[in-house]
Design a protein around this ligand. Sequence first.
Ligand SMILES: Nc1ncnc2c1ncn2[C@@H]1O[C@H](COP(=O)(O)OP(=O)(O)OP(=O)(O)O)[C@@H](O)[C@H]1O
Ligand SMILES: CC(C)(CO)[C@@H](O)C(=O)[O-]
Ligand code: BAL
Length: 269
Amino acid sequence: MTEVVNTRNALFEAKRSGKTGVVMTMGALHAGHAALLRTARAQADFVIATIFVNPLQFGPNEDLARYPRTFDADVAMCEAEGVDLVFAPPVEEMYPGGQPVVTVDPGPLGGQLEGEHRPGHFAGVLTVVLKLLNLTRADAAYFGEKDYQQLTLIRRMVRDLEVPVEIVGVPTVREPDGLALSSRNRYLSDAERDLSLSLSRALRRGGAQRTVDAVLATAAAELAGIDVDYLELRDPELGAPPAQGSARLLVAARIGTTRLIDNTPLELS
Ligand SMILES: Nc1ncnc2c1ncn2[C@@H]1O[C@H](COP(=O)(O)OP(=O)(O)OP(=O)(O)O)[C@@H](O)[C@H]1O
Ligand SMILES: CC(C)(CO)[C@@H](O)C(=O)[O-]
Ligand code: BAL
């Protein structure tokens, strides 16, 4: 039976034992979230899912107000995946004094890629992730590779600030045709859904190439006519791309009013 709590006090009072794993979400749960919950369930004794649409990580012209909210279905999925506790605080519970004065600085990577197009986004993400780690006192936390820059920055924060938690990355779950699952996919019309396949196709075809130039040229060709925010090849920690070895290809694009991101690992030779 999944217990649902909305306050920090109720979270602190919940009985638990053994290793605690947390899966942090903004709700509107789908099979990508289920993969995170299943991994946590397999590795931890007590699994907490958090559902919180964090205003701090949204820019003034972003989709905070229209972000999908499907709370009852989310709790049903948590039940089905064997989650022990759902923590779903209202905004005032997470930010009792309004906007926090002290926040986490994501460093230079926080202003690149997603950060260049969403100023302040990663300060908002890292601040709420650190708060949720402290509130849940989790031993392990599970994040999707779909948000690869987020995962990279969370790993970096945990390393640089000595946060006592294990960070586990979970591979991206895709639709059979390649589209990465995302809560924002539900904004897409049928025609936009077809167009959105360009992102995963660009990553698949670009990712099959073996030199930096060929990767970028092949991927860019698949994105012709799409409103691309960035298409970049980086090393696995999101530094400059290596000439050889493991790399990561990342893309963000706008399909109508919906902004989608995706990425893939690849090998350069
Ligand atoms: N397709 C996916 N595969 C694996 N993990 C995913 C996938 N989609 C989201 N996640 C992970 O689920 C966690 C919560 O993400 P979130 O609630 O923002 O969902 P989302 O689908 O990424 O939403 P959005 O559409 O707003 O980006 C994050 O760690 C995220 O990386
Ligand atoms: C990690 C997270 C739950 C923080 O709000 C969010 O950025 C997300 O859903 O990926
Ligand atoms: N999935 C990352 C959260 C966001 O887009 O705000």
